[in-house]
Design a protein around this ligand. Sequence first.
Ligand code: CA
Length: 105
Amino acid sequence: MKGVVGVVCLIVCPYLHLFSFLLGHRYLRIIYETIDSESTGRLNPAEVRESFLLVIDITLTDDEFDAVYGELDQDADGFVSFKEFKKYFKNAKAIKQGILDKRAG
Ligand SMILES: [Ca+2]
């Protein structure tokens, strides 16, 4: 059953940000739980990187990822908890715009 939910979410998640205003912050929880496939309750760097594609539809470069990981992993334990994840992506639009602005120079 969990596998089915995961597959459905992988199809739907790329579009979740489009109607995130309807779901409130719940879409972040859905995305977090989908990426945290082993239900460890924390995301490792590779998983966090994957989350950017799902939440804001952007694939980060190595440099971009290094720059933002410190902001995400607030307690610097090497992993990102849901609390940290939610705090960072609370304003996903602004995060996306910030990355695009930096790319534009
Ligand atoms: Ca952390």
